[in-house]
Design a protein around this ligand. Structure first.
Ligand code: ADP
Ligand code: ZN
Length: 608
């Protein structure tokens, strides 16, 4: 007799209840309906197709773009006693034959396939000869041509609707805007599908955005002071920055590895595997890294360059703290980032509409950086979700001071206005500030800018403060970057109101480096329960056992048990198999496989 969804959740996965709309999604699919699922990273999307695949007769076919990660997904399922396999180009043909045979004889619960593989005649033929319980299309935003993860093969997946009209299909993504959702539904022929849009809030992530000055040093002290020994991801915009930063961190005793599209495929795979399998690795990467990496215990995501959109930023930071325990999203950005990104957009290929869209995306990102209200409120508003101030972001924890920046803005704007006549001379932000501060640089002398009336009128602010003013003027669209290139700054229509004194401008005061201590003390992130010294030692012993077991099986440690599970074992101190049952993350299969070892580990520790 078929098991119910709840029984599968408890017995196979070892969890006691569903999260959010998981149950409804699962029931929709079990009953043969289609679904479109939008849930943040870490929200629990996988169960939404894994459980119906186990309940319905036949094999669930999972389309996933990430060949390199299929092995880990399948290993994790096998550890749970689920019959899962994958078909991809990394296998030799005998292995592929064997998987095909298992599929045809109905032995597989789940089959993972890359889209390009799925669309081959051979694979479509194979699927037509077996029984399919459902199709799950993971990372469904890859079908969006405007998105940053576009995969042309995804466009071919509408064929599943035509060939298998009776098989339920579910598309899943963590990319949330209305636009993307509509595009997914349309391109994947999911017009009839029920939409499930989960809350996008990730309360355990503390968002912090700081001003960049010596960014590598700032990064290093952030890691050393707050995340020493933790796994994390550092995002950079360019390959060379990835290389430099990884090298810098390594020199300073941090176990860092680089990842970018310029490394050969084998090196990338090795670095990724080390990030997943070893503890406490920091991956320094371009945005090429991270999609589908479902490592649950990434404790921080740091950006040392300004991301190009809020959507991308949210997806990248969402890779922190999937296990629900406290994690940090840390971003350092400066004036230079802003100017450079606007320049890149202006100079990019593509039509005006596309450039405008990119410009607006960047405006929104900048708005988030310069906000004086709750970061999370801003972030979620972007996904049409309203919340109260969160209490777990830098502006909530340490409210920034606002000051009347009208006069300062006027000084800056008139300087820009005065230089406008010399357009084409490529005067960047630094030069503007030199003029305001009255610095007699070579450039100033060469162009006789010391003769301007604005020369030296801004000595009441520091260089750093002026950079803050300029950034905020950009964020408020009172200044823009010359579309003709070179990063020259120009006035906008709105600037006039400020220049004429018709509008007051409240600005955010640059705080001196925000100390982590304040955040620690006041932070409300739901960290795991604090362990007593005894429990902590037990926890360490369990972790050591887990590391050895994972190595033996050739799988990442979290595939054996999550930290949360080991922590619960350390606290409850079980003495029999029955004591293990209520512990989260220990299903029937894992109890059989590892129950004894867990108990022995706890006992040995007792008697020491
Ligand atoms: P997503 O694919 O949405 O990023 P996952 O499917 O990887 O998220 O799930 C995130 C984590 O939450 C996983 O470790 C998973 O085992 C766990 N999880 C999912 N659903 C539940 C649940 N109902 N109860 C407890 N843990 C869950
Ligand atoms: Zn907040």
């Amino acid at each position: 007799m078929a098991q119910s969804a709840l029984e599968v959740l408890q017995e196979v996965f070892g969890y006691d209840s569903f999260r959010g709309s998981q149950h409804e999604i699962i029931e929709t699919l079990i009953q043969g309906g289609d679904a479109l699922v939008l849930m943040p990273t870490g929200g629990g999307k996988s169960l939404c197709y894994q459980i119906p695949a186990l309940v319905r007769p036949g094999t669930g076919v999972v389309v996933s773009p990430l060949i390199a990660l299929m092995q880990d997904q399948v290993d994790a399922l096998n550890e749970l006693g689920v019959n899962a396999a994958y078909l991809n180009s990394t296998q030799d043909w005998q292995t592929a034959r064997e998987v095909e045979r298992e599929f045809l004889t109905g032995q597989l619960d789940l089959l993972y396939v890359a889209p390009e593989r799925l669309l081959t005649d051979r694979c479509l033929d194979l699927l037509a000869r077996g029984q399919i319980s459902l199709f799950a299309i993971d990372e469904a935003h890859c079908v969006s041509q405007w998105g940053h993860d576009f995969r042309p093969e995804y466009l071919g997946l509408d064929l599943l609707a035509q060939r298998w009209p009776g098989v339920p299909r579910v598309a899943l993504t963590a990319t949330a805007t209305q636009l993307t959702r509509v595009e997914i539904a349309q391109r994947l022929k999911l017009e009839e599908a029920r939409h499930f849009v989960a809350s996008f809030d990730r309360p355990n992530i503390c968002y912090r955005i700081i001003e960049k000055n010596e960014v590598r040093k700032q990064l290093l002290s952030f890691i050393q002071e707050e995340h020493s020994g933790d796994a994390g991801i550092v995002y950079c915009l360019s390959r060379s920055r990835v290389e430099d930063t990884a090298e810098f961190l390594c020199k300073n005793g941090i176990h860092a590895l680089p990842y970018h599209a310029g490394l050969d495929a084998q090196q990338r795979a090795i670095n990724q595997a080390r990030f997943l399998r070893e503890e406490g690795v920091v991956m320094v990467a371009t945005i090429a890294f991270g999609m589908g990496v479902n490592k649950p215990d990434v404790r921080f995501v740091a950006h040392i360059d300004l991301p190009k959109s809020v959507e991308g930023y949210y997806q990248e930071t969402g890779r922190a703290g999937r296990d629900g325990e406290a994690a940090t999203a840390w971003l350092a950005y400066g004036l230079q980032d802003v100017v450079q990104l606007y320049r890149m957009i202006n100079q990019s290929q593509g039509d005006a509409a596309h450039r405008r869209q990119q410009g607006q995306a960047l405006d929104a990102m900048l708005g988030l950086c310069e906000t004086i209200s709750c970061r999370r409120q801003r972030l979620l508003a972007y996904f049409d979700q309203q919340i109260e101030p969160c209490g777990n972001c830098d502006t909530c924890l340490e409210a920034p001071e606002a000051w009347d920046g009208t006069v300062a803005a006027q000084k800056m704007l008139s300087t820009i206005y005065r230089l406008w006549r010399e357009r084409g001379q490529r005067f960047g932000a630094g030069h503007l500030i030199d003029i305001l501060l009255g610095k007699l640089t070579d450039r100033v002398k060469e162009h006789e800018h010391d003769k301007l009336t604005v020369f030296g009128v801004g000595k009441e602010l520091t260089d750093q403060a002026w950079r803050g003013v300029l950034r905020q003027l950009l964020a408020h669209s009172l200044v823009t970057v010359d579309p003709e290139g070179y990063g020259t700054l120009l006035l906008t229509d709105a600037s006039r109101e400020v220049l004429k004194g018709e509008r007051t401008l409240m600005l955010r005061r640059e705080t001196v480096t925000r100390g982590p201590a304040a955040h620690r003390v006041k932070g409300q992130a739901p960290a795991g329960p604090a362990l007593e010294p005894d429990q902590q030692r037990r926890f360490e012993a369990l972790r050591a056992w887990r590391a050895a077991t994972a190595r033996e099986h050739g799988v990442p440690a979290y595939v054996i048990f999550h930290d949360a599970t080991l922590r619960e074992v350390a606290i409850r101190c079980p003495s029999s198999e029955a004591d293990l049952e209520p512990i989260t993350g220990i299903g029937v299969r894992k109890r059989e496989a590892y129950g004894e070892a867990l108990l022995r580990c706890v006992q040995e520790f007792q008697t020491q």
